[in-house]
Design a protein around this ligand. Structure first.
Ligand code: SAH
Length: 472
């Protein structure tokens, strides 16, 4: 982080603006909104600033800048068109540890002005640190569009009730639940419609309702990696979580979307490393929920597809804990879509089978003649360790050695890599991949060459999406 965003209290603090043209006026308007004491050093004032002077909103020192004017000043803005003078002001202020901003010269600023969305008392300040002003403007438009109308009134009303709510609910978690319930209720709509009395009676009614802490466990599928593929519901519960237990396959981009104050606990299993057992994960989930916490169990893909979600849900039910399930896009669906491989196709595959490569070889319930039926596409999760054995079994039961296969590494992410080859080359291809990898077996794989789309659509210049065809 290049700059730390903080909010300054400038009420009744001395500030100094050197220069009194249009640019200075823009900054003076901001200082006025923050109720600062504004002293201006300039020989002449532009008409707008002269008007402010007439209204006694600012003080004017009609002199040249002198270091003595910096005495007892909290913050300085240099907005002159004299580069040398701006430089001197910056140096003097820096020496005296006074906050200084030389307008339009970021190298001579100890702070910069963010772009401000003011719905006082709610204030949003955003900045690109001077790197991308146009991007910032677009972002600002988007933020403006999603903010509810009368946001300031909503916050003001909450502020008025804060003390009463604090007295009523002494437990922090209980208070949090109350506010969440209130802001998700008709209360907000009443304020938006200007019906303050109705809003107040909503609060009054809610206060009297029992607000006992009831914990719950929410199993959430986070999708195959790309944060664009999270569902709206997943994002919502991630924003309401008290604790999040997350797995190895949940990407950093997705973790960044969790509510800042939520406690995040890594419970992933990395191949080859000693890791927390499933039994312990379940114990922890139940322990946290019983404390009244809203526990989000965040898993890659979908929790019910090779994700042990069923076991966790069952344990929660047995412990009488409230549960919810938020489905996610499983790797088989998401990764194949991003690789341009339709899993079924009227001309190539009449069905699709998802299997796990882990433990599948000796699993007697696996019907290898069905898995080897060429009219089904086979999607293999966790296939890397047993790839060779899987291919041998399939060939033994009738799949052609030349059956096309795709091995997709880190699918849906900017590092996606698609390798295409033949079933009898499986081992050779797996050696070229980085985990996680998804294996797709069947004629639909051939469509990748024509249907691949991901790299074309991406806006990233540094996209590394690659696809190679090995000997097909
Ligand atoms: N519950 C998850 C699967 C967990 S098993 C789901 O529904 O997707 C983990 C396996 O999923 C990995 O070994 C790999 O085979 C597959 N996988 C998950 N994310 C993947 C990705 N981004 N690219 C390729 N394969 C992925």
């Amino acid at each position: 982080m290049e700059y730390l965003p903080i909010f300054l209290d400038l009420k009744c603090k001395n500030t100094l603006v050197i220069g009194a043209g249009d640019i200075a006026f823009n900054k003076i308007k901001l200082l006025l909104r923050a109720n600062a004491i504004i002293n201006i050093i300039a020989k002449d004032l532009c008409s707008e600033i002269r008007y402010l002077l007439a209204q006694k909103k600012i003080f004017w020192i009609g002199q040249e800048f002198k270091i003595s004017y910096l005495k007892n000043v909290f913050l300085v803005i240099a907005a002159t068109n004299n580069t040398e003078l701006n430089k001197t002001i910056f140096e003097k202020c820096s020496k005296l540890r006074i906050l200084v901003n030389v307008v339009d010269d970021q190298s001579k600023c100890s702070f910069i002005f963010p772009s401000i969305i003011d719905r006082s008392p709610i204030i949003l300040a955003i900045s690109s640190g001077g790197t991308a002003p146009v991007l910032l403007r677009l972002l600002r438009e988007k933020i403006e569009a999603i903010l509810p109308k009368r946001l300031g009134n909503i916050a003001n009303m909450a502020g008025k009730w804060r003390k009463i709510i604090k007295e009523k609910f002494s437990n922090v978690l209980e208070r949090k639940r109350f506010w969440e319930k209130l802001f998700n209720s008709i209360f907000v709509q009443h304020i938006i419609n200007g019906k303050e009395k109705k809003a107040i009676s909503t609060i009054e009614k809610m206060i009297t309702q029992p607000n006992t802490l009831i914990g719950e466990i929410i199993l959430v599928g986070a999708g195959p990696g790309n944060s664009d593929l999270l569902t709206l519901r997943a994002l919502q519960v991630m924003q309401e979580a008290d604790v999040v237990l997350y797995d190895n396959l949940v990407s950093k981009d997705i973790l960044n979307l969790i509510r800042r104050d939520a406690k995040c606990i890594y419970v992933g299993k990395r191949a080859g490393l000693k890791s927390i057992t499933q039994k312990k994960i379940i114990k922890l989930l139940i322990f946290l929920a019983k404390q009244g916490k809203r526990v989000v169990r965040l898993k890659g893909g979908d929790a019910f597809i090779f994700g042990r979600g069923g076991e966790e849900l069952e344990a929660a039910k047995n412990a009488n804990i409230n549960v919810q399930v938020v489905p996610g896009i499983t790797a088989g669906i998401g990764v194949s879509a991003y690789a341009g491989i339709p899993l079924t196709h009227r001309d190539y595959a009449q069905g699709v089978i998802f299997i796990t490569g882990c433990k599948c070889i000796n699993n007697i319930s696996n019907n290898w003649s069905v898995l080897s039926d060429p009219s089904y596409t086979l999607v293999v999760y966790m296939g890397s360790l047993k790839a060779l054995e899987i291919s041998k079994k399939l060939i033994l039961h009738g799949r052609l050695k030349s059956t096309p296969i795709a091995i997709i590494s880190q699918g849906t992410t900017i590092n996606q890599q698609v390798l295409i080859g033949r079933l009898d080359e499986i081992d050779k291809i797996f050696k070229l991949t980085v985990s996680p990898t998804l294996l797709i077996i069947g004629p639909v794989v051939l469509l990748h060459r024509k249907l691949k789309w991901f790299k074309n659509l991406s806006n990233f210049n540094n996209l590394k999406t690659t696809s190679s065809v090995i000997n097909i």
